[in-house]
Design a protein around this ligand. Structure first.
Ligand code: AIR
Length: 212
């Protein structure tokens, strides 16, 4: 029952791309376990939004070392251009993939419990000279940024992807402007409001909700 619940929560949703090799996905999202999906879905969502084709595979540097090495060795001839690897704990997936390919490898350290993701961060980022892994932040932000960085790599030569990335930047900037407008309105509304008569309980509440 416990396992069933865990799978329900973490299984790639039915719209996740798990294509066969005859499709032309440019990005592969690799994960050390299906339990990583709830976070790595962030990469898939960003790639969807940027209209970039991708595959998703579970591979493991430790539990399936031969399949992992074979995938990495054949990735270029299968048409992939960027490999995103998310793993937790002793997260050697990105490193072992990078050892077998000259494609850019982006590593996403995940918090698999225990050390809050610091274990995975160190395992992913501390690569020896000669075998780079572009390491992103721990967790969801890292997964999303890996997708955006993959798009930026593709966007060096793909003008359509570059244009979608420009649009993303504009959308983010508009979002910040909107947040700033809201903060300024709240401040103005507070400044214009009549002062509240102090009482012991209301002053405690007021200090808990200090104006911005
Ligand atoms: N993992 C799997 N093989 C090697 C590693 N490092 C990681 C997975 C997951 C964690 O171990 O990436 O984050 C726990 O996996 P599971 O399958 O036990 O849930």
């Amino acid at each position: 029952m416990k396992n069933a619940r865990r799978l329900e929560r973490t299984q790639p949703p039915s719209n996740a791309k798990t294509r066969t090799r005859d499709r032309s996905a440019e990005v592969a999202i690799l994960m050390g376990s299906d339990s990583d999906w709830s976070v790595m879905a962030g990469a898939a969502e960003r790639l969807d939004a940027l209209a970039i084709d991708y595959d998703v595979h579970v591979l493991s540097a430790h539990r399936a070392p031969d399949a992992t090495a074979a995938f990495a060795r054949e990735a270029r001839e299968h048409g992939y251009r960027v490999l995103i690897c998310g793993a937790g704990a002793a997260a050697h997936l990105a490193g072992t993939v990078a050892a077998q390919t000259t494609l850019p490898v982006l590593g996403v350290p995940l918090d698999a419990g225990g050390l809050g993701g610091l274990d995975a961060l160190l395992a992913t980022v501390q690569m020896p000279a000669g075998v780079p892994v572009g390491t992103l932040a721990v967790g969801r932000a890292g997964a999303e940024n890996a997708a955006i960085l993959a798009a930026q790599i593709l966007g060096v030569v793909d003008q359509q992807v570059a244009a979608r990335l420009d649009a993303l930047k504009r959308t983010m900037a508009r979002g910040v402007e909107e947040k700033n407008r809201r903060v300024q309105h709240e401040r103005e509304a507070r400044a214009g409001a009549p002062p509240v008569a102090p009482s012991s309980s209301s002053s405690a509440k007021a200090s808990a909700k200090r104006p911005l």
